[in-house]
Design a protein around this ligand. Sequence first.
Ligand code: MRU
Length: 322
Amino acid sequence: MEAIRWENDTLYLLDQTRLPAEEVWLPYTDYREVANAIRTMVVRGAPAIGVSAAYAYCLAAQAGADLAEAKAVLAASRPTAVNLFWALDRMASCKGDLLAEAKAIHREDVEMCRTMGAFGAAVVPDGARILTHCNAGALATGGYGTALGVIRAAHEQGKVKMVYADETRPLLQGARLTAHELVADGIPTTLLADNMAAALMRRGGVDMVVVGCDRMAANGDFANKIGTYSAAVNAHYHGIPFYTALPSSTIDMTIADGSGIPIEERSRDELIHLGPTQTAPLDVGVWNPAFDVTPHALLTGIITEKGILYPPFQENLAKLFG
Ligand code: MRU
């Protein structure tokens, strides 16, 4: 499964807002429309946003647009996933062939996912029942996935008994995307509403948790989809190992700790409607942060393409990525 293609000077994005019911590829030749696709989550997931922005930068160059302006427009699309800014900085500092650079960012992301998958599979116990939150799969990356890369690699080794996919309110990435990817791959999958995970843990039904990451600070605190922090607190209470999997492009060593990570707040409509159905009074107050920050103290390990990091995270992150 993949979400991003480049063909004939055109960027194609699989419209993730319509999955799993419909598989629709949308063509893009204008970088401003790609910025809008990132904002409206046609494409989403930290590494996938970075790869799309890199190709959008190529579209801007093809059209003879002002590249500084294109970079600013793309950078304003979503604030939390650092891969967006990382990819744009890499494109802006490229002196050679821009399309080759964007393709390299795309290819390297898939390679990093496969490598971290292999590292991560080593800590998955035999017969594992694994909980994940949001979608950190092929659809959220250049391909293969970060957290789902670990699950895919462990499944290839015959270690996975069951994957529990939190449905991930309010936009249901777990139900619409993670469950879709896992079922398509023939990996045993059970869907549960986010508020059911603690009860499952209490019954002894979860052996480990692995999630993705949108931005990690220098001390290991990390932002991921809203609800990740609850999953981490629940795992900690029940003594369940809790991992995040991420490529080095998701690490922001310029931010000391999680308090410095910008958290996107999204539209009130996402909470007062479920699809076309109104589910709350239209004039109710709404708080809708798209991400939360999990403190590093709740993490068992950080799975990267360079290996798995254990505490002390600040020291070990500085050694590998500083
Ligand atoms: O709002 P989204 O769908 O872009 O959020 C995605 C997540 O939080 C993912 O877990 C994260 O980007 C890691 S993807 C490999």
